[in-house]
Write a protein that binds this ligand. Structure first.
Ligand code: PSU
Ligand code: MN
Length: 302
């Protein structure tokens, strides 16, 4: 397996010394946000990880290797190249073997992080069960990965482009803990509330680190979702964003968008139909996740 991993010296050194490393995904850069805000966001998030005491490792597939840690030039390539493959578990071997450029989703970033020995991963939102699943069977591979791969994912819940109730049911079936950071409710990405209660919540990053330690010492394999709500002052109006999302979902259905194109289509429609307001919110919440996620990682490695 090691032959396919290309880990930067900085990340390798931190891993060797058992210092905290925080993984970051590249699909959010290549397919989740427009250029140039995507690259700016990626660099700023890396800086926040550093400022809070860990080493960032953005992950992507480049030249037949899983790159753990990207330099500025590689971030620019991931943010500003047409036709980058969106790589989930299904696509990994093919994209690596054929030397294509690939952006990793939550699922594949978890896989790569685990291969490299990285326990924590910060992103915006996870994939989940899509609205209309009864007809489409569209369930993100992120959920299956959370069921089996030992990585803690710090996010702002999931966008309500998804069916959040069904997403939570799926995670419950698969035994994935969802821990609300300073909240009893699943955050819905742009908003702090979803109306869905959580079974676990914690007010400190120390306690979340200790829950993660306990789970992995017990060899209870699989991921943990830490759901970190967007700060109140940055949150969007729930009715406004719900309306925008409903329209985007309807348009996707009308146009027959499906499979791996569904989520990127919905994300870009939401940015377009909010005149970029949702993008600003998206960037703010990723930064907030980077801060809290890094603090959890630092406590875990103490
Ligand atoms: N949700 C977001 N932003 C994103 C994604 C999801 O708010 O960028 C990306 C993540 O990489 C996630 C992927 O893993 O979309 C899920 O895609 P799918 O629904 O096709 O599994
Ligand atoms: Mn899907």
């Amino acid at each position: 397996m090691k032959q396919f991993l290309s880990i930067t010296d900085e990340v390798q050194k931190a891993l060797d010394e058992n210092k905290p490393v925080v993984a970051l995904e590249s699909t959010i850069i290549s397919h989740g946000m427009p250029y140039p805000q995507n690259v700016e966001m990626a660099k700023e998030v890396e800086q926040i990880v550093r400022d809070n005491g860990a080493v960032p490792a953005t992950i992507a597939i480049i030249d037949g290797k899983i790159k753990i840690g990207l330099n500025d030039e590689e971030l620019e390539i991931m943010g500003n190249t047409e036709g980058i493959a969106k790589v989930s578990r299904r696509d990994m071997a093919q994209v690596i073997a054929t030397g294509q450029l690939g952006a990793t989703t939550v699922a594949s970033t978890m896989i790569c992080a685990e291969m490299a020995g990285i326990r924590f991963f910060v992103t915006g939102g996870i994939g989940g069960v899509h609205r209309g699943v009864e007809d489409t069977m569209d369930i993100s591979a992120d959920l299956e990965e959370l069921a089996q791969t030992d990585v803690v994912v710090i996010c702002a819940g999931a966008k309500s482009i998804l069916d959040l109730d069904k997403t939570m049911e799926y995670l419950e079936t698969k035994g994935v803990p969802v821990i609300g950071y300073k909240t009893d409710e699943l955050p819905a990405f742009f908003t702090r509330e979803s109306g869905i209660g959580l079974n676990a919540s914690s007010d400190t990053t120390e306690e979340i680190a200790s829950i993660a330690k306990t789970k992995y010492e017990l060899k209870l394999h699989g991921g943990i979702v830490v759901a970190n709500p967007i700060p109140t002052e940055d949150a969007m109006d729930r009715d406004y964003i719900d309306g925008i999302i409903k329209d985007a979902v309807r348009e996707a259905q009308e146009k027959g968008i499906h499979g791996k194109d569904s989520t990127p289509f919905l994300l870009s429609k939401v940015v377009e139909n909010t005149d970029g307001k949702s993008l600003e919110t998206n960037i703010k919440l990723v930064k907030n996740n980077a801060k809290i996620g890094t603090q959890i990682a630092v406590n875990y490695h103490k």
